[in-house]
Design a protein around this ligand. Structure first.
Ligand SMILES: N[C@@H](CCC(=O)N[C@@H](CS)C(=O)NCC(=O)O)C(=O)O
Length: 228
């Protein structure tokens, strides 16, 4: 792809793509969005991300980048206008990267495993998520957003939690979000999802429910070796 400007190759329900869309919107960057089917990979996706064959793929003036958290950092470093996404202090920046990785593994990946498994394996995945949610709750003490008074990098990374987890909970009959146990996370979800930059442009609940219902059954067998 030799085009000038910014292109984002994505898939409608991907939390990894969504965070890049939010970052571009926050920075006011115009871009061309190209939807691909991750279950029937297009030649474009295979050409641009031959290593992982995953979305998002970000292209800036013909230069290709993959991996959403790296793309967020690139966007923040390339478009230096406010809002800045990552903290300015090196220690806080390092901690934000650490927490992003931690929440990705322990909330997103373990949460998805809980959606696609049952029995003991599901119980274990749910406890992993709940333990990490306790850390998230602590991190939110005294803050409106993970980034402080305004939305930042970590908010974008965990932003999927408020609108996807309720669907996973319902489909898998599990309980993770609990406002009495995690009042600060509950408040953060409300603040995040009602923010003008975030609230529009999310996929509809019914469409996501239908997608995750089918995909969890497919992946249970093919990826998790589990039957649901
Ligand atoms: N670590 C990657 C994860 C990307 C990812 O898993 N994308 C999914 C869509 S939600 C995908 O393209 N999956 C296709 C596949 O794994 O074959 C990132 O942060 O960008």
């Amino acid at each position: 792809m030799e085009k000038e400007g910014v292109q984002l190759i994505g898939f409608w329900v991907s939390p990894f793509v969504q965070r890049v869309k939010w970052a571009l919107k926050m920075k006011g960057v115009e871009y061309e969005y190209i939807e691909v089917d991750i279950w029937n990979k297009s030649p474009l996706l295979l050409e641009l991300n031959p290593v992982y064959k995953r979305v998002p793929v970000f292209v800036h003036n013909g230069k290709v980048l993959v991996e959403s958290k790296i793309i967020l950092e690139y966007i923040d470093e390339t478009w230096r206008n406010n809002p800045l996404l990552l903290p300015q202090h090196p220690y806080q920046r390092a901690m934000a990267r650490f927490l992003a990785d931690f929440f990705e593994k322990k909330i997103l990946e373990a949460g998805f495993e809980a959606l696609c498994t049952r029995g003991e394996r599901q119980e274990k995945a749910v406890s992993t998520v709940i333990e990490a949610m306790e850390k998230l709750e602590q991190e939110l003490k005294g803050k409106k957003f993970m980034g402080g008074d305004s939305i930042g990098y970590l908010d974008l990374v965990i932003g999927w939690l408020g609108y996807k987890m309720p669907i996973w909970e319902e489909l898998a009959s599990i309980k993770i979000l609990d406002s009495s146990k995690f009042p600060l996370i509950d408040e953060w979800i409300n603040n995040f999802l009602s923010h003008p930059l975030i609230k529009d442009d999310l996929p509809t609940t019914n469409k996501m429910k239908d997608y995750f219902y089918h995909i969890s059954r497919k992946l249970a067998a093919s990826h998790f070796g589990s039957e649901i």
